[in-house]
Design a protein around this ligand. Sequence first.
Ligand code: WT7
Length: 654
Amino acid sequence: MSDSAANHVDHILTEDRLFPPPKSLAEGAVIGSEAEYQKLYDQAANDPDTFWDAMGKKHLHWFEPFDQVCQWDAPDVAWFVNGKTNASYNCLDAHVLAGNGDRAAIIWEGEPGDTRTLTYSELLTEVCKAANGLRELGIEKGDVVSIYMPMTPELVIAMLACARIGAIHSVIFAGFSAESIADRNNDAQAKLVITANGLYRRGKVLPLKEVVDEALEKSTSVKHCLVLQRIADQETSMIEGRDIWWHDLVDSASADCPAVPLDSETPLFILYTSGSTGKPKGILHTTAGYNLWAKLTFQWVFDHREDDVYWCTADCGWITGHSYVVYGPLTAGATCLMYEGAPNYPAEDRFWELIEKYKVTTLYTAPTAIRAFIKWGDQHVDAHDLSSLRILGTVGEGINPEAWMWYHKKIGAERCPIVDTWWQTETGGIMMSPLPAITATKPGSCTKPLPGVIPAVIDEAGERIEDGFGGMLCIEKPWPGMLRGIWGDQERYVEQYWSKVPGMYLTGDNARRDSDGYYWIMGRIDDVINVSGHRLSTIEVESALVSHPAVCEAAVVGRPHELKGQGISAFVTVTTENPGEELRNELRMHVRKEIGALAQPDDIRFAAVLPKTRSGKIMRRLLRDIAAGRESAGDTSTLEDYTVMAKLREEDDN
Ligand code: WT7
């Protein structure tokens, strides 16, 4: 094996289609020319103190000014040192005081079709009442509050109520088990859980409170449970002294609750994310830096304009919901659509119906959803007028060029730029993305870093890799939205993100930069497959498979191979009924034609579904076990559908 082969990841799939930004977007854009982007980028890179000093002062409200922009001693960082601000104030009071209180903040639609609109003034009133309610339950600055709720306005109200008084929220996606809730409650020492008596999902009611009750049997630190009555006639057990109805506590609470001036580095929230193995990590974000990063990146990437109707389809249980349903858009004064339910209820056109009904201008969703829409068929899209759309976004995983083209043509009618946003729970906000008015896009590339982001592609020896080759993606300099630690486990924090490449933040992803300076995410470092000394990225082989008309989704993993070191195992879901050897051969030949013999899968398995996390990411770790014929060890608690693994193993036996 040559040195270079050992040190980089081979880039094997060529994609050179280029889509220029629509000229019509340049006028009045937040960043309207390449020169403007370059100026911001260079300032942030060369003189970060001046750049961030100005941005901090302009974009957040300060009860007391900061006296230092950034204190950095890797991995310890503090932003806007000694300043005092409040994220709830920046999201609400700032707009009301500026005379924009009557602007809609949240336009909400429940799954059954009930609707509610909250203006910035109304949202402020609700948040103040809820914050006073929390205080009545003894919640103080620094206390952790777990939130396990459906996508209702009260979920946002609960988050901002915590922020208002300096309590730390820990939102737990309302699909997790009692066990997962208890683990998170205990790890964070949560004092309160806020939940609802139920949640609508595909027309059924899921009894959330029952799940919480089970979790609370094992949650030693929790004193109270606050319960929203989402479902009117749902029998709900309430334990006297512990459980309180939201309406009993909040409706009568005072609406007078000034935002508490909080030090810039006051913890704002913890968000648990699954590690590749073992127990979930509580990623910690603090107040000022995170708030600024969420706002700025929202404005830049979605080119926010006053009369936009913006819709991020993510659940607040994920970082995307934190940064781009709540803190980013609200701090920017945007009007946000919020939808409670499933995309295929009552029918598979629900999203398109919502876009038409509310004249959505900006849609931000995930590739996993886009692939589902493709599978459900174009007729659902064709039935609706989507001409209000201006900008389309994706997040969460790489988007295969095939899915990108469908999104571009079918949803964007070839006139809406696609912003493929690369970032992580840890980064707090978007790090690399096209800017809609100026970036020519390439399907599958997240294009360029935002101002303030200095990426580096590093090989195993810790050296920088030249353009065109894949390696570990790192970030060289601190940025305001970066994580501040793992809750209660500083050792794991240092080990995971700061030890492999000294002085740089290790993202855990592989990437390459092309000769235009565009970045291509090639999958997680752990997912690299080494075939006869060539290190291949999973996403490129998957994209080749997905470009075959019969394939809906593909996941590719390495497995032990006598001669090659590792062989390639592909798991695919297809549109063909009873797929067999013929299609298998066709797919092998297809990959060979698209990217070459090296990438041709050694085995291809047809699956009904792929194992995914609840946020839609394929769990390749589990597929590796199946491909190698081993039992699965490690954590499967984040798996969306537990029966998937058994089904895949069954198919394997056939
Ligand atoms: C990981 C982070 C980003 C918020 C939601 C997920 C993958 C994310 C992209 C993209 C290729 C992507 C990366 C990253 N990822 N966005 N646009 N292209 N890969 O947050 O659960 O913390 O996951 O998701 O592997 O490291 P997360």
